[in-house]
Design a protein around this ligand. Structure first.
Ligand code: KE4
Length: 433
């Protein structure tokens, strides 16, 4: 495969865009390869500007559950764009979208549209603080909630695991209001509530993390969080930007049967256009301006084109429950095939799957269920695996700490091809160690 046009384009882009990309994950830094500049995409495949075609498991980092350029969405977008692109005034499609989200997501009685997952989580946190009158928020090491200051925090020292900034530009004052706990370790949360319970506004988490790779929540962990938040009067926020509409119509909260007070959404909700949202119980959401005192706003929030792409996507998912059965079957086939390859190749690795989100960890540990398990994985092995698969025309997310996504457009043959090449890559890695 040649990547000469992408290499040249990348050098050009770096002259005008920091790192040549508009989001760091796209720079392929952790796998040491030139990012492909994508020319077009359709169904389960993307084509780069060098003419290489890849089976795509990035799916724009989650939005493309229907596959790329689904004709229903493209047609609806074309029709909508002929009527104008943005008005800064209410439109009927925004109400249709809100009503459909209320129907699909168990914990949402009212919802506000924004333009990204970051905006959704940032706004949900402000709302939780305004509603409770409290300042502190608990997040979990390894969970990612976008790039707003309160969430760019790493575990600091001290019994309280006080947060410290995880990026320059985040002030110590901001970091002091974020407490860190360990995913799947309910005692780490109990300790924080015991010491600061009446100051904690919210607990936020990815109910099924995808940003440290895919981790599976222990049922008692989520139920424990629900009980602690109820007991101390804190709000439980499920960040379902990745899991929303992917794990089920109603996301992780439908599958896991735990109801949050607020839910944040993104990715699939926009059908490939920039959309985020946050919603929850009516008495909390009505605290938002203009009905309540908590300010939040956005010029392009509820943009009619973005709403059209998102609404068309969600409507297809809502009206075709068999889609989830189909995607579950394909994802389970992929998981079983990779697990068998790990056994046959003898390459030390673990595959985690939640619905159509999967991560292959290179590790000698028997399972990967905590942040420390994740951090013990061999990222160098992952980089070598990524490049071997790329050479076979398979495009996985370029980081050990991400999830790969199966879409409805992936065929059984695509999955079987992936399993076959996965075996060759694992065997080659085993031989090289
Ligand atoms: P955005 O601001 O990127 O739309 O959403 C932030 C966000 C919030 N919550 C969760 C659970 C998320 O997964 C994300 C974004 N995910 C990353 C990749 N896993 C987006 C890719 C990127 O940053 O380029």
């Amino acid at each position: 495969m040649i990547f000469s046009k992408s290499e040249k384009a990348f050098e050009e882009a770096k002259k005008s865009i920091p790192g040549g990309v508009n989001s760091p994950a796209r720079a392929f830094r952790s796998v040491g390869h030139t990012p492909m500049f994508i020319a077009s995409a359709s169904g389960s495949r993307v084509k780069d500007i060098d003419g290489n075609e890849f089976l795509d498991y990035v799916g724009s980092w989650g939005p493309m559950i229907l596959g790329h350029a689904p004709h229903e969405v493209i047609r609806a977008l074309r029709d909508a764009s002929l009527k104008g692109t943005s008005f800064g005034a209410p439109t009927l499609v925004e109400t249709q979208m809100a009503e459909l989200i209320r129907e699909m997501v168990p914990g949402i009685e009212m919802v506000r549209m924004v333009n990204s997952g970051t905006e959704a989580t940032m706004s949900a946190l402000r709302l939780a603080r305004g509603y409770t009158g409290r300042s502190l928020v608990i997040k979990f090491e390894g969970c990612y909630h976008g790039h707003s200051d309160s969430f760019l925090i790493k575990a600091g020292s001290g019994a309280l695991t006080l947060g410290t900034p995880d990026s320059p530009g985040v002030t110590p004052g901001t970091a002091a209001d974020t407490l860190l706990a360990s995913f799947n370790d309910i005692s780490s949360v109990e300790n924080l509530f015991k010491s600061s319970g009446d100051m904690i506004a919210a607990v936020i988490l990815e109910p099924v993390p995808g940003n440290m790779g895919v981790l599976l929540p222990k049922k008692e962990f989520l139920e424990g969080l629900r009980n602690l938040c109820t007991q101390y009067g804190a709000l439980l926020i499920f960040d379902e930007v990745m899991t929303g509409f992917r794990l089920a119509r109603g996301g992780a909260q439908e599958v896991l049967g735990v109801r949050p007070d607020l839910t944040t959404l993104g990715k699939i909700i926009g059908g490939g256009l920039p959309v985020g949202a946050f919603g929850g119980r009516k008495e909390i959401m009505e605290f938002l301006s203009p009905t309540g005192p908590v300010y939040q706003a956005g010029t392009l929030s509820g943009n009619p084109l973005a709403m059209t792409a998102g609404y068309t996507t969600l409507k297809l998912l809502n009206e075709n429950p068999q889609y989830y059965t189909e995607i579950e079957k394909k994802s389970a086939l992929l998981e079983e095939g990779i697990r068998e390859n790990i056994r046959q190749s003898g390459c030390p690795a673990v595959i985690n799957r939640a619905g159509s989100m999967l991560t292959l960890f290179f590790t000698e540990r028997p399972e990967v269920s905590t942040f420390s398990d994740v951090m013990a994985s061999y990222t160098g092995q992952f980089a070598a695996y990524f490049k071997k698969c790329l050479g076979h025309g398979i495009y996985f997310p370029p980081s050990q700490f991400e999830a790969l996504f199966v879409s409805l457009a992936h065929t059984q043959d695509d999955i079987l091809y992936t399993i076959d090449k996965n075996y060759l890559a694992l065997r080659a890695l085993k031989k090289s160690t």
